[in-house]
Design a protein around this ligand. Sequence first.
Ligand SMILES: N[C@@H](CCC(=O)N[C@@H](CS)C(=O)NCC(=O)O)C(=O)O
Length: 370
Amino acid sequence: MSHEYSLYGWHLSFFTGKTRGYLNFKGIPFNDVQVNAFDLLYRIPKKTGATVMPVVKTSDGQWLQDSTMIVEEIEKRHPEPSAKPNTPKQLIASMLIEAWCDEWWIPIAMHYRWSYPENFELFKRDSGKALLPFAPNFVRKPFVNRIANMLRGFLPNVGVIPEQFEMMEAWTHKVLNILEMHFAQHDFLFGNKPTIADFALVGPMYGHLNRDPSPKRDLLDVRPHLQAWVNRVHSGKGGTGTLLANDEVPETLTPIFETIFTEFYPMIEAIVVKLDEHVDSDNLKKGDTVARTLGKVSFPMAHGQFSRAGMPYSVWMVQRIVDQYEKLSLLDQISVAEWLEGLGYGNIMNTYLGPQLQRDKLQTRLAQYS
Ligand SMILES: N[C@@H](CCC(=O)N[C@@H](CS)C(=O)NCC(=O)O)C(=O)O
């Protein structure tokens, strides 16, 4: 049957899990299409300009790319049940968590998949069936090996190198424990209803940590509240629930915001330094494309200092939050500022974020009007 929307993605893909959980929550029937080789290498690049998943095709012929923008567009077309809080603290808090999940968790998710060979079989089986559904195994195998090698090739760039394994694992255990404690008390991040923050956190949790056999056994099976939450969010539960009253951001999330402000923000600020250098040295003008990666940046993680290639796209995700904050009424801005002040980061919305960026597929460009 053909529905209004078709989601092109794989179960093992980070951002497809985020998008599928969201579509399930909206109660919108959609075709769940496993991307095949023709789609991935020809149709999707032709329609979106990028070799990427997820993509959502609409019945009026649009191809939406980028999970954050897919959510934005579908929220406009189908406002209820809303995935965005309509109160200021929960709105900004959910956007902060969304940016953090999308941009910070990638090395963690990739590490737990690709540093443990136990996971490779599932990857090969799933991606082989999806890419070449009608081909015999001896044809699938070399093709899938090429894709797996290509993905492994990205690992050093995002910081997945043996010297940093221990740091990533110490960090992950700490943060998963915080989440386990939170979900022992709450069904979702902000109450009885999921928000964009829950869907974003399902990105690393569904396709990677709760599906790849090694992290599933070692990290999620031993944290039952977190695991039950992954299943709730991915299957679209909570549409009739409500967010916590009085715009409350639960205290159990305070250590998560601590992490966001002391680790994720330093990563963003380090990328901004590189971005300014790039704009200067390459004499970029408004509208020009910004490089997708900008060399190594270093920032705190757990008790160490983590290095990876900096991506201006991550800065764009945070600029969106400030843009949203600036659109709030003065009263609402004060309410957010007081919440941030209470956490000890009253100035975070004034962090210098470099020149205004616009998203351009998987990259950014310098905004035309800013
Ligand atoms: N920020 C995008 C990125 C999508 C993305 O990175 N998808 C991965 C698979 S989960 C991919 O196809 N990456 C290809 C690439 O980065 O070149 C989103 O929110 O959808």
